[in-house]
Design a protein around this ligand. Structure first.
Ligand code: BDR
Ligand code: CA
Length: 318
């Protein structure tokens, strides 16, 4: 049997983060060794509790959850309020996930220390997958100059070239901590895969597919139906997709791409993050035509195979 992909997920759990955690924890080709949390879709306390609750639900409480940073690395808060009211139908996540809430506490080591010490000690490759604001990763880079060198592969859910979702220019994870994100793209990581909205909006899950996943009847399948249904209702209310009654499940596409790289189509580009533009704050500037004359620093996904993605969810959660 080929070796499993060892993985650490850094997340702001969230409905799509929750599906990503379940896919990683249950996929036979992945060894999810740890989860670190950050503010984002909800305050840090909630994203941490949500991560623990998801692992309880699928019977994987031995996977450690380490709480991270509760605000952007430079700014005191996100650049502005989000455009929807928390915990309404427009909110694709809700503060707490709609599953039984954990009674467990996160591990005593904080996320950034855990990340640095795990990579310092690693004797085998461990992919790092940030699927929330990049604050913990930026802090690890700032604290330990060799951190970027130690991480063999970084898979980031974030950014958008033609597709934004937070402002007319920017995607949420990058916008939420633009300074942290800029420092991560500049840090010299060996192998960066960026999975932006351009790809995740090509892997929409429809209400019918969502019901078919739920009908598999396992805890992970039923929870996925709950989470994706919430997402579909929110997208129908706020941001209709090209396919009626469907929604992207952004973060889970990163997990799918780890085990099946062909599920996405990529182009090698230089990516920088705008940290000061009044209209463009948090934009990922993807140099698709080499106008900056800078060496590419990421593989950027522009397309995805929706059928394979849904099939992987069904195979894994069934
Ligand atoms: C990203 O932002 C969050 O709301 C989602 O969890 C995902 O990581 C998509 O823009
Ligand atoms: Ca997320």
């Amino acid at each position: 049997m080929t070796e499993k992909h060892r993985l650490i997920i850094d997340c702001d759990t969230g409905t799509d983060d929750a599906v990503a955690i379940m896919l990683a924890a249950l996929h036979p080709a992945i060894d999810l060794i740890g989860v670190t949390t950050v503010f984002g879709n909800a305050p840090l306390t909630a994203t941490t509790i949500n991560s623990l609750s998801v692992l309880d639900l699928i019977g994987r409480p031995e996977i450690p959850v380490h709480a991270g940073i509760s605000r952007p690395i430079v700014r005191k808060a996100m650049p502005s309020e989000r455009f929807f009211k928390t915990d309404t139908v427009a909110d694709p996540h809700g503060t707490y996930l709609d599953i039984p809430r954990t009674t467990r506490q996160p591990a005593s080591t904080k996320a950034v220390d855990y990340l640095i010490e795990t990579y310092r000690a690693a004797t085998q490759p461990i992919t790092l997958m940030p699927i929330g604001p990049l604050t913990n990763i930026a802090a690890a880079v700032a604290l330990e100059p060799r951190f970027a060198e130690w991480v063999p592969k970084l898979i980031i859910m974030g950014g958008g070239h033609e597709v934004p979702n937070m402002t007319a220019s920017a995607e949420f994870n990058i916008w939420a901590d633009p300074d942290g994100a800029a420092s991560v793209f500049e840090a010299g990581f060996n192998d960066v895969l960026m999975v932006p909205l351009d790809a995740t909006h090509r892997a929409l899950v429809t209400d019918k597919q969502c019901a078919a996943i739920g009908a598999l009847g396992t805890p992970a399948a039923k929870a996925t139906e709950t989470f994706v249904t919430r997402r579909i209702n929110s997208y129908e209310a706020m941001q209709k997709m090209d396919i009626p009654n469907s929604a992207p499940v952004h973060d889970a596409l990163c997990v799918a791409a780890l085990v099946e790289p062909d599920i996405i189509t990529t182009k090698r580009c230089h990516v920088a993050v705008e940290t000061s533009g009044t209209l463009t704050l948090g934009r990922t500037v993807v140099d698709t035509h080499h106008r900056s004359h800078q060496e590419p620093n990421a593989d950027v996904a522009f397309d995805a195979n929706a059928d394979r993605f849904v099939a992987m969810l069904m195979e894994t959660f069934g």
